[in-house]
Write a protein that binds this ligand. Structure first.
Ligand code: 3HC
Ligand code: NAI
Length: 698
């Protein structure tokens, strides 16, 4: 059943019923249209109410139907809305909780709307790279006024119903109903049952005093803010059409733009990211109703760069935190850093004083393990050294209460080994936060061989609560993100040896859309981190070749911004990367020592070598089961590594290029004697999919 029909006195109530959010899929549209027909033909019915069952009025068009014939099957959203609007009896939308996209467009097609307070109202299509395609750009400006409507359409952000009801001159909501919404809606429907003529769309031409200038200003602003996305500008044009054209013509302009945007790679990428984020929360062998362990108190071991940032996540969510350090100076420094971070947020107007005080009151420091034994979750963030981790986990095993979750923030060490330091490996898990941990969205949740399902489910749920995007990773060196980035960095090193400058590589990658190129990123994160890992690799994998340029850089003490010099020079207190003559000379000398004559390398080759290095390693990670799905890898890169959102992540991007083309290009790279030919052998999964004409994310 996808919409229910019932009669209350002389009012027919049609209740959208398509969990989880009453997406307007075909069955729901059909049942709603049938309900209108039935009410129209029943002489005892004087008015109709359309409401939503469960946790939403409607989340909009059923995005699971996008691209399938069902999306267009009659009645489609447009014809359903037209049918509602043409009903000879008044139709009232009764709106609660969530009213978005096509859901709002359906409501706008009703003659009247009443809403519960606190309802989130939005036209979020722009976030999927689209514009509202069922009349939203034409009807919302008419109901709410041009400027507030345009703001909602271009931003896609939800606005509370009671705020919208206060907009001067609006006819979006006739009433905000306190108390039982359906009772209020039925009573309202009775009030207007005999009123004629029924409200119809009004002409907008007179509504903006200076439409030309206003829309030009809007276009300029939107273009500057969304240069890689075509949808926002199309939103402005569609609303401009609402003002300057007849309703029918504006509807046609909107329809054409919607159809065009639907086919853009940007929209495909955004829709992919929307589903990828939700898919990442699902773990095939962990049922959704797995009972969770209560997490009311958290302890963090180590108040350094990561420990402090991790603590802030929990404080922000109202969860008390105890920070444990070895020495009082380190503890004080850690707490002081947290304080300073919050104070900076206050200065920027992002945090209120009272909230700050509440958060700091939830924070305690200690030097003693006996004070953290009753925490429900403890996260270790001490030095990346297996000996230190062993000491800490053995101690945690002694002091933590039974059932407490023991997590490690290690970025490279073996979580199974860490678990083996305890007598409760089922309670041990990896929580790999990204730096700065209070800012970055990504949390890789590392599932050890023995990690209990309820521990995994609890950490995933907690991650959502602290507003992280959680992606499950199996145990391997570097997990998903860093294992892939190592191959990307190796390629960046080879590019320097073959003829590139750091700034050429960074510029090419930044033009592709990465937030930062590999060398600026190295300078920010600290070049010594990679150096430390490479030294380990030289012993573990003596046959694996790395460019030595990064080692030479570190031998010069150029660790990056923190030492005032790295791949670039930095002026004191500033972050601007200035090309460095010293570094270019070092690279030149290194090339001469290797007997390499530098060649000119195109931006296209730079980008392909770096991005396809991610893709090939990603394919291996997928085949080994370290990542559950290709879209999880994309989420890691979109939320943790600044991969351009409009390209959907490395795996989605490879699909857009076509895996056959990716494989052919890799084969070409494999023939380059200065590169690592073995690495460029396409991963078996990639080769198979390319041969079958399939993609990673099909
Ligand atoms: N259609 C179908 N399923 C939808 C949906 C939709 N429009 N919106 C959300 N869902 C599903 C999600 O995929 C998820 O499914 P899952 O449990 O199987 O993973 C479930 O609903 C719950 O979603 P969330 O985890 O996001 O739950 P929240 O309660 O946090 O948020 C929401 C609910 C505010 C509705 C949020 O999901 C959202 O913003 N959805 C997108 C809404 C949207 O973009 N609508 C526009 C659609 S395009 C359109 O209408 C075109 C028209 O103009 C022609
Ligand atoms: P850090 O050096 O800034 O902080 C480590 C802190 O742990 C120090 O304050 C130290 O005094 C404390 N410490 C050391 N041994 C301890 C012990 N036995 N008991 C209590 N406290 C102890 O290190 P950082 O950068 O915060 O890294 C911590 C962990 O997080 C490491 O495992 C690292 O690999 C990982 N990580 C680091 C990232 C980064 O970008 N810095 C990113 C993701 C993970």
């Amino acid at each position: 059943m996808s919409a229910n029909y019932e009669v209350r006195g002389s009012v027919a109530v049609i209740t959208l019923n398509n969990p989880p959010v009453n997406g307007l899929g075909h069955a729901t549209r059909k049942a709603t249209a049938e309900g209108i027909e039935r009410a129209e033909n029943d002489a005892a019915i004087k008015a109709v109410v359309i409401a939503g069952a469960g946790k939403a009025f409607s989340g909009g068009a059923d995005i699971r139907e996008f691209g399938s014939p069902k999306a267009l099957a009659e009645p489609n959203l447009l014809s359903l809305i037209a049918r509602v609007e043409s009903c000879s009896k008044p139709v009232v939308a009764a709106i609660h909780s969530v009213c978005m996209g096509g859901g709002l467009e359906l409501a706008l097609g009703c003659h009247y709307r009443v809403a519960a307070p606190g309802t989130k109202v939005a036209l979020p299509e722009v976030k999927l790279g689209l514009l509202p395609g069922a009349g939203g750009t034409q009807r919302l400006p008419r109901a709410l006024g041009v400027e507030p409507a345009l703001n909602m359409i271009v931003s896609g952000e939800p606005v509370n119903s009671e705020l919208l009801a206060q907009v001067p001159g609006q006819v979006l909501f006739q009433k905000i109903v306190e108390g039982d919404l359906l009772d209020g809606a039925v009573a309202f429907a009775m009030e207007v049952a005999d009123k004629r003529p029924l409200p119809r769309v009004r002409d907008l031409k007179a509504q903006h005093p200076e439409p030309q200038g206003y829309f030009q200003f809007a276009r300029n602003t939107v273009q500057a803010m969304s240069k890689h996305f075509p949808a926002p500008l199309q939103c402005v044009d569609a609303v401009a059409a609402a003002v300057s054209q007849r309703f029918e013509d504006g509807m046609k302009a909107e329809r054409d733009a919607f159809a065009q945007l639907m086919l853009t790679p940007e929209s495909k990428a955004l829709r992919h990211a929307f589903f990828a984020e939700r898919a990442a929360a699902k773990i095939p062998d962990v049922p959704e109703d797995t009972p969770l362990r209560p997490i009311q108190k958290v302890a963090i071991i180590g108040a350094g760069t990561m420990g402090g940032g991790i603590a802030m996540n929990f404080l922000n969510a109202g969860i008390p935190v105890t920070l444990l350090e070895m020495k009082i100076e380190a503890l004080d420094r850690g707490i002081e850093t947290i304080r300073k971070n919050y104070e900076a947020q206050i200065r920027k107007g992002k945090l209120k004083e009272d909230k700050y005080a509440q958060r700091m009151a939830l924070l305690q420091g200690t030097l003693s393990y006996t004070e953290i034994g009753d925490a429900d979750l403890v996260i270790e963030a001490v030095f990346e050294d297996i000996g230190v981790k062993e000491q800490v986990f053995r101690r945690l095993d002694e002091v933590m209460k039974p059932g407490a979750i023991l997590a490690s923030n290690t970025s490279t060490l073996d979580v199974n080994k860490i678990a083996s330091f305890t007598k409760r490996p089922q309670d041990v898990i990896g929580t790999h936060f990204f730096s700065p941990a209070n800012v970055m969205k990504l949390l890789e949740v590392v599932r050890g061989a023995a990690t209990a399902k309820d521990v995994l489910a609890t950490v995933m749920a907690l991650g959502k609560k602290i507003r992280k995007t959680c992606v499950v990773s199996g145990v391997c060196d570097g997990f998903i993100g860093n294992r892939m980035i190592e191959q990307y960095s190796r390629q960046a090193g080879f590019l320097l040896e073959e003829g590139c400058t750091p700034q050429q590589v960074d510029k090419a990658v930044e033009r592709f859309g990465f937030a930062m190129g590999p060398f600026r990123m190295g300078d920010l994160a600290g070049n010594d981190v990679g150096w430390y890992i490479r030294k380990r690799r030289y012993i573990e994998k003596p046959d694996l070749r790395y460019s030595k340029t990064a080692d030479l850089l570190c031998e010069m003490g150029r660790f990056g911004q923190k030492t005032g010099a790295g791949w670039y020079d930095y002026q004191p207190g500033k972050r601007d990367a200035i090309p460095s003559r010293t570094v270019l000379e070092m690279i030149d000398m290194h090339r001469s020592a290797l007997g390499i004559t530098p060649r000119k390398i195109s931006d296209e080759e730079i980008v392909q070598r770096l991005v396809f290095a991610l893709v090939n390693e990603g394919a291996r990670i997928l085949e080994e089961g370290i990542a559950l799905r290709a879209s999880d890898i994309d989420m890691v890169y979109l939320t943790g590594y600044g991969f351009p959102l409009w390209r959907g992540g490395p795996m989605c991007y490879a699909d857009t290029v076509g895996l056959y083309n990716v494989v052919q290009t890799m084969k070409r790279f494999a023939r380059n004697p200065l590169d690592d030919g073995k690495f460029w052998e396409p991963a078996p999964l990639l080769a198979r999919l390319a041969e079958q004409g399939k993609g990673f994310t099909d």
